[in-house]
Design a protein around this ligand. Structure first.
Ligand code: AMP
Ligand code: GLY
Length: 431
């Protein structure tokens, strides 16, 4: 079988690496890929959002399965374009991807289906949103615990957590007047600020059957102790003790199953990865957001732990045959992924620094370096993005997995490289 993975991040390197281990897969292409996928698969010089280019490539190579990594091509309708040409795809249609592409759509669906989420209001103009804040919180100094969100895709940045009236009005101004997130800010949501630990629960579904993956925890803030600006994710680990068996059963029954049914009822049957971003509040788990793809970096430790053939699973989902699949097999050992980033990220950063030590890190037992923002020039691996590498490791305990991942990190150098030092410590503090 020939497989095409679309995207160029750490998630796509992990997908390509795992798909390449399938006995059924003879070739994995990655479009456009990075220096890591160039080594573990074959890169194709077509952008992840070039829908006609990707369809043409898949047809010309008679690709048996296309796996779409990032949200942008899904929301733009890549899965639909592929299927129209009779090509098999793992990933939701454009209509189903609105679950991530529009937070207003997502919140309204959750509300209609009675799925627990923060209470919210939607607004078409900044003026209406401002009036709501001023009416609801008339005292200038009273606490205003709300979260202001841009409706559309904003690379994880269009969510502003507020404590004061000033924070909330400023957030509305940034989204609606300064248009910091462009068209994503055409509509706004203001929702209740929740508290509690966060967890990512991902499920594979063909629109009927749901296979839940072990829960993971991301680390979105840039700095240790969850401080600093939000990023795409500075590290992840799985499984997480904050989601025990009883909590997982509750999340499946109260969130995942009703969402799959609600999407079917809305005539947007969902096929692909359903990623619930959850807050485990004192009143139970509540949905913060849905993503329609693997999380990055959650994907890296999850796939390192997966022992089943990933091609079989994704193909069965694409074919609507998930109910026939054997239960997934997992390595019992926890996995941890530490993201190494460029100096300046998540703000502006340089590219083109020479990276050394990747092979030494990869040679360590139970360690795999997944590339994200890397490229190759004259045989040398160079930095090419903000999140550069995801050093991922298994270990007999979470502490051991962490130690193994940081042993890999220690081998790797480039000018300005940095990472959080506390990835997975949240697990230890909850035990
Ligand atoms: P999202 O992209 O919607 O998951 O939001 C990004 C981050 O903002 C989440 O990981 C949470 O830390 C935070 N967040 C989003 N919504 C809320 C909420 N209603 N209450 C508290 N924090 C939130
Ligand atoms: N790690 C968070 C995300 O992929 O959206």
């Amino acid at each position: 079988m020939k497989v095409l993975v679309v995207g160029n991040g750490g998630r796509e390197h992990a997908l390509a690496w795992k798909l390449g281990q399938s006995k059924k897969v003879e070739k994995v292409f990655v479009a456009p890929g990075n220096a890591g996928t160039a080594r573990d698969a074959e890169n194709v010089d077509v952008a992840a959002t070039d829908i006609p280019g990707l369809v043409q490539f898949a047809k010309s190579q008679a690709i048996d399965l296309t796996v779409i990594g990032p949200e942008a091509p899904l929301v733009a309708g890549l899965a639909d374009a592929m299927e129209q040409e009779g090509l098999k795809v793992f990933g939701p249609s454009r209509a189903a991807a609105e679950l991530e592409g529009s937070k207003v759509f997502c919140k309204n669906l959750l509300h209609t289906a009675n799925i627990p989420t923060a209470s919210y209001q939607t607004f078409k103009t900044g003026g209406d949103a401002e009036r709501y804040i001023k009416d609801r919180y008339p005292e200038p100094d009273e606490p205003v615990p709300v979260v202001v969100k841009a409706d559309g895709l904003a690379a994880g940045k269009g969510v502003i957590v507020c404590d004061t009236r000033h924070d909330a009005l400023e957030a509305i101004d940034r989204i609606a007047s300064q248009r910091e997130f462009g068209e994503a800010g055409n509509e706004l949501i203001i929702e209740e600020k929740l508290t509690g630990p966060e967890a990512s629960v991902l499920a594979i579904t063909d629109g009927e059957t749901i296979i839940t993956l072990p829960a993971a925890q991301d680390h979105k803030p840039a700095h240790d102790g969850d401080t600093g600006p939000n990023t795409g994710g500075m590290g992840a680990y799985s499984p997480t003790p904050v989601v025990d068996e009883a909590m997982m059963a509750r999340i499946e029954a109260d969130v995942l199953v009703p969402v799959v049914h609600a999407m079917k009822r809305a005539r947007r049957p969902f096929k692909g990865i359903l990623y619930a971003g959850l807050m485990l509040t004192p009143a139970g788990p509540k949905v913060l957001e849905f993503n329609v793809r693997f999380g990055d970096p959650e994907c890296q430790p999850l796939l390192m732990r997966l022992q089943s053939d990933l091609f079989d699973v994704l193909e069965a989902a694409a074919d609507g045959r998930l109910s026939e699949l054997e239960p997934l097999q997992w390595d019992e050992r926890p996995g941890t992924c530490v993201v190494m980033a460029s100096e300046g990220y998540p703000g502006s950063y340089d590219k083109g620094h020479e990276i050394s030590g990747i092979d030494n890190a990869d040679a360590l037992e139970d360690v795999k370096v997944f590339h994200a923002g890397t490229t190759i020039a004259d045989g040398q691996v160079l930095t090419n993005g903000g999140r550069v590498l995801g050093v991922t490791a298994l270990g007999s305990t979470i502490s051991q997995a962490k130690l193994n991942a940081y042993s890999g990190v220690k081998e790797i150098r480039w000018r300005g490289a940095w990472c959080r030092k506390d990835i997975s410590d949240k697990a230890l503090s909850t035990i």
